[in-house]
Design a protein around this ligand. Sequence first.
Ligand SMILES: Cc1cc2nc3c(=O)[nH]c(=O)nc-3n(C[C@H](O)[C@H](O)[C@H](O)COP(=O)(O)OP(=O)(O)OC[C@H]3O[C@@H](n4cnc5c(N)ncnc54)[C@H](O)[C@@H]3O)c2cc1C
Length: 495
Amino acid sequence: MTANKMNEPSQRPVVCWFRRDLRVADNPAFHSAVATGLPVIPLFVVDSDLIAGIPSDGAVFDFQAEALRDLDENLKKLGGRLIVRKGRLLEVFSSIIAEAAPIFCFFNRDYEPSALERDSNAANFLQSKGISVSSFKDVVIHAPDEVLTTGGGTYAVFTPYAAKWKTLSKPTPVGRPARFVTPHLRSDDIPGASSIGRKVEIQSPAVRGGETNAKSRWEQFLGTALAGYGESRDIPSIDGTSMMSPYLRFGCISPVRMYADLLSAALRTGRRDFGDKYLSELIWREFYTAVLYHFPLTAGGNYRREFDSMKWNTDGSVFKAWKEGRTGFPLVDAGMRQLNRTGWMHNRVRMVVASFLTKDLLTDWREGEKYFATKLLDIEKASNVGGWQWSASTGVDPKPLRIFNPTLQAERYDPEGKYIRKWIPELRNVPAKFIFEPWKMGPALQGESGVLIGKDYPAPIVDHREAAASFKRAYYSVKDANRAPETIGSIKRRK
Ligand SMILES: Cc1cc2nc3c(=O)[nH]c(=O)nc-3n(C[C@H](O)[C@H](O)[C@H](O)COP(=O)(O)OP(=O)(O)OC[C@H]3O[C@@H](n4cnc5c(N)ncnc54)[C@H](O)[C@@H]3O)c2cc1C
């Protein structure tokens, strides 16, 4: 298209602002942008201010770069291409307006508190320049304001939330969009860890980014592990979970598509409950999204406010041992090493390491949450804060106080010690009888197994029974001093 033609009123382009929806299939904002029949500017903004506030390892940015390259390829197959621009968001929009005079901007909504603020500023700015803005539901099947109690209240307990969620009618995938053109505009390079100056410590990322990889991983999971998911999802040594979390985080696949596929699988098998357990996990994700949306202060504060007076341990040496996977408790250490090496950790083990940090080491959950945020490829503020507050017993959905015993958890969920041996090679030759408690081996057996406790692998840094008892004392002293407990309070949002 020539510049003149592009400036004719009927040919003014529309912007599709990509953020955490890096795909072409079932992407409502992109679909609507293409459906206008006008030229489309698929825009990704590399906002230096935003990046500075993201603590992630470089591997997360490399994952995003893979997803962006794949997105560009997929856009090219439809006739267009990705336009990447570096700079502050509103300045980038100003240049795009000056260069291409778009009439519309489409984007998919994000419910994280900081994203809500950014999007509202961006929408106000664009509208002030005469550009119409349309936003769409995308990162969840049901937005936080859709799943409310009959009185219009918010849920703070999962089971009734999930029951209500299931009663609502579901959106269907919008499918693949038609062909389109992208105006001739300059594009900056796709940013990876090195170009933004971020160190890569995660050496072997668990998965590679992109819509294409997401699709093939999802199809593989649907055809294999989904059938046994209910049983295998708790066993960290097997490939029993979907590993879709990083793809959901970057929007390389849509939850609406996943829901539709689960439904088709249930129809195919003739079992109505087929995929139910998996669906329940997707609902947990939406539950936590809703909790953070309605209670944004939980991002950094205890939902149950009585725990504001909890005296956490600030001993940096135990926190360091936990981060490095050197606590002496094999399942905890295996999990932390999997995280440090791959940017992903199995859910069962996330629960164990989080319980261990908060309850055995009495360390503030916020420290663990921050550390996970630096390492996880699937980092989602809502699920991370939700998972940590659940583990620390400071969050929504109060359950009886749970303190995981890291040895019993290992015996139950890694009965042959396969997961432990994989991530802690120094324990590879420890006999099965001692794999969960290697410190119980005598000196001769340690020698035979090639691991000297205290030298090659640490002795336990705490006594679990004593640590659990002291956590209980701290926990009940806070609870008993607050007979009328308060919660953090929700934010009433303007519609
Ligand atoms: C302390 C802690 C921190 C966590 N931090 C995150 C995080 O930052 N990002 C994140 O996506 N998940 C987080 N989780 C939840 C869960 O561990 C991961 O979603 C899961 O391990 C991802 O692997 P998967 O895709 O193979 O899961 P699958 O078992 O295949 O589950 C399918 C999908 O359901 C969702 N899901 C599963 N379990 C949960 C859960 N407990 N809470 C919320 N959503 C869930 C995820 O989107 C996941 O991809 C955290 C859990 C804990 C205990």
